[in-house]
Design a protein around this ligand. Structure first.
Ligand SMILES: NC(=O)c1ccc[n+]([C@@H]2O[C@H](COP(=O)([O-])OP(=O)(O)OC[C@H]3O[C@@H](n4cnc5c(N)ncnc54)[C@H](OP(=O)(O)O)[C@@H]3O)[C@@H](O)[C@H]2O)c1
Length: 182
């Protein structure tokens, strides 16, 4: 059954980017993508993905090609620059109904695979608050920033399922407690 997974990296104090949208604190660190809970195995489980506009713009600022073959959705109210020939759908989901319709579309597109919530934190929080998030996997970098873009700004109860070290990171996999299911 398709699961909806928020897979990301965070600082110890719960920020996924600096206030200026920098990921220098992350990209300078050693990680083993083929190691425990690493990206190599994770990407094979992804059937569709969604990200907010700031995350998409960060990707574009890197100046590299679009890295994903899966159907992707970008949440925005603006006209963002597309990558030619890639399956990227720009949409807004302001109401719960719109978010649920989007999620249903993403689950259908994922087939037997999972839905990846790439971020940012408020996007993941919207899915969690709507009862649509199943799992959180965080790679915790050994650093604090004191301020920045939040990991998951909502009250979400979690159950710890797996803890591993990967390079410099402590990686934790949690199930989201969903009263409707648990
Ligand atoms: N550490 C990591 O592994 C990791 C992972 C992912 C992202 N990041 C970084 O974290 C930062 C996250 O930035 P952020 O918190 O600003 O989040 P974001 O989700 O990337 O972008 C937020 C923007 O997306 C649009 N948006 C969000 N929800 C929407 C909805 N339901 N409907 C329509 N539009 C919606 C809005 O932009 P508009 O209305 O202006 O279009 C909103 O201002 C970025 O710098 C990103 O690069 C880090």
């Amino acid at each position: 059954m398709t699961r909806t997974v928020y897979y990301t990296a965070t600082t110890l104090d719960g920020f996924i980017a600096s206030a200026e949208h920098s990921l220098d604190w992350l990209l300078t660190r050693e990680a083993d993508h083929e190691g425990a809970l690493g990206y190599k195995a994770f990407e094979k489980t992804v059937g569709s993905l969604v990200m907010g506009a700031s995350t998409y713009e960060w990707v574009q600022r890197q100046g590299e090609d679009w890295a994903y073959d899966q159907p992707a959705w970008v949440l925005t109210h603006r006209q963002l620059t597309p990558y030619g020939g890639r399956d990227i759908r720009f949409t807004a989901a302001d109401t719960d109904g719109e978010l649920r319709a989007l999620h249903a579309e993403m689950v259908a597109a994922a087939g037997d695979l999972d839905v990846w919530i790439v971020g940012g934190g408020p996007v993941a929080a919207r899915f969690a608050e709507a009862g649509l998030l199943d799992e959180v996997v965080v790679s915790i970098a050994p650093v604090t920033l004191g301020a920045g873009m939040p990991l998951l700004p909502a009250h979400v109860e979690l159950v710890t399922r797996e803890v591993a070290q990967n390079g410099e990171f402590a990686v934790v996999r949690y199930d989201v407690v969903r009263p409707d299911r648990d």
